[in-house]
Ligand binder design. Structure first.
Ligand code: TXA
Ligand code: MG
Length: 329
């Protein structure tokens, strides 16, 4: 199969729609990462998504809809706090889990009685979702366990020959996957942290829990139990306080002839004295936006990536740390 990468226009949207309607899959951009889209009501199409990615079949998919879609077709028991969150954050990088009405294929939720709904803010994503005007099941458009893609080229590197079309909407501005929020309880609960932090949600609705997996318990967000986001080279992760040890390791390994890159924020880069740097930038939003891009760049040039965690550990950095640990920990 030839994989075409096309800018988003009437022609590519028509091609994407035709592919989706005949049960195929295509990649599309969102403000977080690129997604691999299939008709959420077509079980065979949803199964194709799992097959293309090599994704375990107990890890449910998120359903994407455009901003004017009537959610009451898909879910029920929407709590009142959800309306406040919708007003504050949607369209945007917040996925909300509700009780399913059974409209989308059971394969989407892998046997759970809930479904995760996302309304992305990316203009290209909205155009695509409006154009097809059906619920779209979409995980990140990478091979399972690899780093999520934030450019069309990243998708191409993983899925060339496996899908017919990648809609190219430029580099994703957010850079880490959406916050997944369980909205089936009296208090919302963050299942996966992201750009909409627990603190931001609590500010709007008063309180917000954060799910912590306990041994022996049935996991509530199955995706979180898998090793994810891994680059293809060796990695090591140091805390901000241990950054001198990271610099030391860089020097030792470099002198042994290994191709080593230090991945860190701008401030630490300046202190390090290291020459080969994957600079994540200054602000917390820059760090999130650059994380996967730099991991992908790093794996193509480095034999070893030594990462130094950011000093700040709250807000958006909770999501960044979660990914950093899974990629480099
Ligand atoms: O930003 C994003 O969310 C991207 C873009 C493409 O929208 N998508 C994404 O999908 O990250 P994926 O498949 O890589 O991650 C989906 C996450 C997993 O952690 C999964 O366990 C969780 O959402 N999830 C999906 N449905 C769920 C449900 N019904 N209950 C609990 N967790 C669910
Ligand atoms: Mg993923």
């Amino acid at each position: 199969m030839i994989t075409q990468v096309l800018p988003i226009d009437d022609l590519s949207l028509e091609m994407a729609k035709a592919e989706i309607m005949r049960g195929g899959v295509v990649a599309f951009p969102t403000e977080t990462v690129y997604g691999l889209a299939a008709n959420a009501c077509d079980t065979a199409a949803v199964e194709k998504v799992f097959a293309v990615k090599g994704r375990p079949n107990d890890n449910p998919l998120i359903v994407h809809v455009h901003k004017d879609y009537d959610l009451s077709e898909l879910v029920t028991d929407i709590p009142s706090y959800s309306h406040l969150l919708t007003k504050a954050f949607l369209p945007g990088p917040l996925t909300m889990v509700y009780k399913s009405k059974g409209t989308v294929s059971k394969a989407v939720s892998c046997g759970l009685d809930t479904v995760a709904i996302r309304i992305p803010s990316h203009e290209g994503a909205q155009r695509f979702l409006k154009y097809v005007n059906i619920p779209i099941a979409a995980p990140s458009a990478n091979l399972s366990k690899h780093v999520s893609p934030v450019t069309a080229l990243h998708v191409f590197d993983d899925l060339n020959g496996k899908i017919p079309l990648i809609l190219d909407g430029g580099k994703c501005s957010g850079g880490i996957e959406s916050t997944v929020l369980d909205c089936t309880g009296a208090v919302p609960c963050v299942l996966r942290s992201g750009l909409i932090s627990r603190e931001m949600i609590a500010q709007v609705v008063g309180e917000c829990d954060e799910y912590v997996f306990k041994d022996g318990e049935k996991v509530r967000s199955p995706g979180m139990k898998y090793k994810h986001y891994s680059p293809k080279c060796e990695t090591a992760l140091f805390s901000f306080d241990d950054r001198e040890k990271a610099f030391e390791l860089y020097r030792t390994k470099s002198s042994e002839g290994l191709k080593v890159f230090l991945m860190c924020d701008d401030e630490v880069a300046k202190q390090s004295g290291c020459s080969d740097i994957l600079n994540l930038g200054k602000t917390e939003n820059e760090i999130a936006a650059n994380l996967y891009d730099k991991l992908r760049e790093g794996e193509s040039v480095a034999e070893l990536i030594i990462a130094v965690a950011p000093q700040k550990q709250d807000g958006v950095m909770v999501g960044v740390m979660n990914r950093l640990k899974k990629a480099c920990g």
